[in-house]
Design a protein around this ligand. Structure first.
Ligand SMILES: C[S@@+](CC[C@H](N)C(=O)[O-])C[C@H]1O[C@@H](n2cnc3c(N)ncnc32)[C@H](O)[C@@H]1O
Length: 260
């Protein structure tokens, strides 16, 4: 199976401090640069969170379902996205019993495969996909700054200050899910995409503050100045310039055998 891409996704500057997988999702399914062609009837986004990875699918598929194990995430997703062709369900990825056999053209998993028990999940994917339907597992790795000194500041925070605060599954993000294998024969891996932003120092620090390891660290060190110090370091390094920040994207694509 051939995976095509435009080599690079560059996301233009936004005044927001979270990284979004949305542009990658758009790129997978839309327009001339689409990674792959699908029948655009039904899509299921598993581990959908608040729906950032689900919403773009509605523009292309007739019916879209976002699935997440967290009731809180699904409540937020329902409040944030009200498209008529979109619904959200609380469910484990490993038990998608509410979805019919051979009913789905595309299953996506964005930044969530490392949380999922893969063997039972792949059985469910095989069951719900139509013959010839596709599974796309994708996400992004660790960020890199465009200035060595700035990058060292972030790496120290990630690897030294937050050491011991990351979940052990974080290694899958560190290695861009190299250990993840799809079950479909002939599945492929694509590493051509990147996400890029140009942020202020405050926006970078806003992003760092969303890291789960930082949230855990903060519970034990509520008076910590770490992020304030990092912001000042970045200001000293970048002066008036924006911080160029890049994430490598991994993308695994598999397809259920078409019926002969
Ligand atoms: C990092 S978030 C990704 C959210 C969204 N896909 C995005 O890209 O913005 C991972 C999500 O996977 C969900 N999750 C974890 N384990 C799951 C499981 N076994 N079944 C379904 N969802 C799961 C979590 O609740 C969380 O919302």
């Amino acid at each position: 199976m051939k995976l095509t891409s435009n080599k690079r996704i560059t996301v233009s500057l936004r005044t927001r401090d979270i990284i979004s997988i949305t542009p990658v999702c758009h790129h997978i399914v839309a327009g001339d640069g689409a990674v792959c062609r699908f029948r655009l009837d039904s899509a299921v986004d598993v581990g959908c969170g608040t729906g950032l990875s689900t919403r773009p699918l509605c523009e292309h598929f007739r019916h879209v379902i976002g699935v997440d194990v967290s009731e809180t995430q699904i409540k937020m997703a329902r409040e944030a996205h009200a498209q008529t062709n979109l619904s959200f369900e609380v469910s484990e990825a490993e038990r998608l019993t509410f979805i019919h056999d051979d009913s789905t053209d595309l299953v996506t998993v964005a930044q969530a495969i490392h949380w999922i028990d893969q063997e039972p999940f792949y059985k469910e994917v095989e069951r719900i996909l139509k013959p010839g339907g596709s599974l796309i597992v994708y996400g992004y790795g660790n960020c890199v700054l465009d200035n060595d000194k700035g990058n060292q500041v972030i790496q120290r925070f990630y690897r030294h200050d937050l050491h011991g605060y990351w979940d052990s599954r974080r290694r899958h993000i560190d290695n861009l899910c190299q250990e993840v294998r799809l079950l479909f024969p002939g599945w492929t891996r694509n590493s051509d995409f990147v996400i890029q932003y140009r942020w202020t120092a405050a926006e970078v620090v806003g992003y760092l503050s969303t890291w789960s390891a930082w949230q855990s660290y903060l519970k034990q060190n509520p008076e910590s100045h770490l992020l304030r110090d990092i912001e000042q370091h970045l200001r000293d390094i970048y002066l008036d310039q924006r911080v160029g920040i890049t994430w490598p994207v991994f993308l695994l694509l598999g397809r259920k055998a078409p019926t002969s």
